[in-house]
Design a protein around this ligand. Structure first.
Ligand code: PGA
Length: 253
């Protein structure tokens, strides 16, 4: 396991003020120390737009990458009040962007908008964390696979540079609820997602697939044996350096 690259992505959502950079300082100190143990992982933090530039400056060439939590579905500049384009994100030092988080889908993001966000972000050389996931009702009706297939095939296209795309499987019923999928379900679902991705991109080496939803320092151990899961998208527990570090520590313990 030690040699497989793993992602630990912290999605801060609507959290953080300038002094919250302390949290990242502590995580950075931990990873610099931890590097000696040859662990192969990448840390990405997505603070709100207001903090991206200062965080990206501080952690330039360091072991933490900074990304946006969303972007507008038109690139460059426009007359869209309150919106931030992929071009603007890139210019302030973001290297990643989350697209399709269920919060934003719930607020009206359609497949067409998501596709435009992906295109705009790839054009600006941002790496994409594309979120997919079924809700509780869909799970109950056994529609999970159908929903995931649709979410992937309606947005992703063969011509996209899949080296810059990461998928985050986040079942909506698990986000912020303390509930996580059964290991055997997660194994099957991540295999299924990789199969769909292989088909879309016509490749044997599909994008990485992460899991997100209520990941914390105590349940992380249950994901260790799942070699299909290439990392984690962490919400609540990423707002505390201790909780975030505990996740990494306990994953490699
Ligand atoms: P959670 O959030 O870890 O607080 O469940 C995950 C997410 O929404 O990305």
């Amino acid at each position: 396991m030690a040699n497989n690259m793993r992602y630990f992505i912290g999605n801060w959502k609507m959290f953080g003020v300038p002094k919250s950079i302390n949290i990242l300082d502590k995580i950075n100190t931990f990873t610099n120390f931890n590097k000696r143990f040859n662990k192969n992982y990448k840390i990405i933090i997505t603070p709100p737009f207001t903090l991206i530039e200062s965080f990206a400056k501080r952690f330039k060439n360091k072991s933490i990458f900074i990304g946006g939590q969303n972007c507008y579905h038109k690139d460059s500049f426009g007359s869209n009040t309150g919106s931030i384009s992929p071009f603007m994100l890139k210019k302030i030092g973001a290297t990643y962007v989350i697209i399709g988080h269920s919060d934003n889908r719930a607020e009206g993001d359609t497949a067409k908008m998501l596709k435009n966000k992906v295109i705009g972000s790839l054009n600006n050389n941002l790496k994409i964390v594309f979120c997919i996931g079924e809700n509780k009702k869909e799970k109950k009706k056994k529609l999970t696979y159908k929903v995931l297939r649709n979410q992937l095939t309606k947005v992703l296209e063969k011509k996209f540079n899949y080296n810059n795309i990461i998928i985050a499987y986040e079942p909506i019923w698990s986000i912020g609820t303390g509930k996580i999928p059964k290991s055997e379900d997660l194994k099957k679902i991540s295999k299924f997602i990789k199969k769909i991705l292989k088909g879309i991109f016509k490749t044997k080496k599909p994008p990485k697939v992460l899991y997100g939803g209520s990941v914390d320092g105590s349940n992380i151990a249950s994901f260790k044996s799942l070699k299909e899961i290439d990392g984690f998208l962490i919400g609540g527990a990423s707002k505390s350096s201790k909780k975030f570090i505990d996740i990494i520590k306990n994953y490699y313990r």
